[in-house]
Design a protein around this ligand. Sequence first.
Ligand SMILES: [Cu+2]
Length: 121
Amino acid sequence: MRTFLLLAGVAGLVLAPGANAQGIAATVGIQDFTYTPAAVSIQPGQTVAIAAAAFHPLRVDANAAIACDTNCNVTFLTAGTYTYFCFNHGGPGGVGMAGTVTVAGAAGDSVFAGTMEHTVL
Ligand SMILES: [Cu+2]
């Protein structure tokens, strides 16, 4: 297993290596060019495991630095609605192969500043 450490350019979300203190709150798979389930809801600080592959590289609208092509664990620290998409078959704003993560709570409940980790198996 190789681990890359990247600087997160946007507050609010982070890629975590494996399970973090709060574990995986939701898991999103891929079936026939669709994320399943296409929408998940979590609490601030929880992690979503989103399937990805070289053929289905993951991008997160809110943070262009999050780009991974293996299964990605993305931790969302700030309340809000986040859209992600497959770089090959979707686009920003929920176009095509895309999904949504809703993080409960009032906007600005927490502020994140730090690093994100992208784990490549
Ligand atoms: Cu795809």
